[in-house]
Design a protein. Structure first.
Length: 294
């Protein structure tokens, strides 16, 4: 008799409007042995709407190790599991990525279903470049780490896409402006819901008049690409650095001279050049002390 292999389905759910659930998604949820969900209460409402009764398994960021092993054990028994996020595409800024990777490595069949996704929904109506884009998702909560991440993507071509919560939005906009400069911005709020809205303008314009938007709901931020002159300038700077064989200490000092905090500059150069942060910190401190004595 042929062995029945477990199967993991990645099922997108609506990001607001229940009419965005696909026929196939409803069928898979109806046929699965189990439904794994971030918030079982939220997913129960969705299942009830479509008159689906299935055992729900709580699977979220804080229990993904324990419950991930349990889901793999069910797959080993040949069970069919439908994995959903609270809203949108599972495994995108979502703990579902972990169990999907584990299932793939363990040799189980993993099938993605197409469906709702906030980032792409916002992008196609943003008025910004849709040919080339980078999904960043949520920035780190600590300001210094958020700045590090933004420095990494500052020269990326194409539209940058972020997610953000309402209580952090003003601070995030300020950091975006400080690190990336003034760019064209589109904010998509409450996509597919009753109060869906789009704001389009410049980062500076919104920072100067923050009352232009309502700071409630769920947000997707989309920023235009860096300008061509920024890329040209960076190429010229890189060529100059190569010609001068700039040392890591000099690189740190150059970043400090541009206004970057010393610890942040050391962290960035240490990461880029594969150096020990503590050793580089001590070397920079010594160089700064020598400069003062000179």
């Amino acid at each position: 008799m042929e062995e029945i292999r477990g199967h993991l389905y990645l099922v997108p759910t609506p990001i607001g409007n229940l009419e965005d659930m696909t026929y196939r998604g409803v069928r898979i949820l109806s046929e699965a042995d189990y439904v794994a969900a971030e918030d079982t209460r939220h997913t129960r409402q969705l299942l009830n709407h479509y008159q689906i009764e299935k055992p729900l398994i709580s699977y979220h960021e804080h229990n993904k190790e324990e419950k991930g092993d349990y889901l793999l054990s069910l797959l080993a028994k040949g069970k069919q599991i439908a994995l959903v996020s609270d809203a949108g595409m599972p495994a995108i800024s979502d703990p579902g990525a972990d169990i999907a990777n584990k299932a793939v490595k363990a040799g189980y069949e993993v099938t993605p279903l197409p469906g709702a996704n906030a980032a792409l929904t916002a992008l196609i109506a943003s008025g910004l470049d849709t040919r080339e884009f980078t999904f960043i998702g949520f920035l780190p909560k600590r300001s210094v780490h958020a700045r590090e991440r933004l420095h990494e993507v500052a020269k990326y071509r194409g539209t940058l896409i972020f997610y953000e919560a309402p209580h952090r939005l003003k601070e995030t906009l300020r950091i975006l402006y400080e690190v990336l400069g003034d760019r064209q911005l589109t904010i998509a709020r409450e996509l597919t819901k009753r109060f869906e809205s789009f704001w389009r303008g410049s980062l500076m314009a919104l920072i100067e008049q923050p009352e232009q938007i309502v700071y409630k709901g769920e947000f997707v931020l989309l920023l235009s690409s860096c300008q061509e002159d920024e890329l040209t300038s960076e190429k010229g700077q890189n060529q100059l650095l190569e010609e001068r064989a700039v040392t890591p200490i000099e690189s740190v000092l150059q970043l400090i001279n541009t206004g970057m905090a010393k610890k942040e500059a050391i962290r960035q150069i240490a990461r880029e050049q594969g150096l020990g942060r503590r050793d580089l910190y001590n070397a920079v401190e010594k160089a700064l002390a020598e400069e003062e004595q000179a």
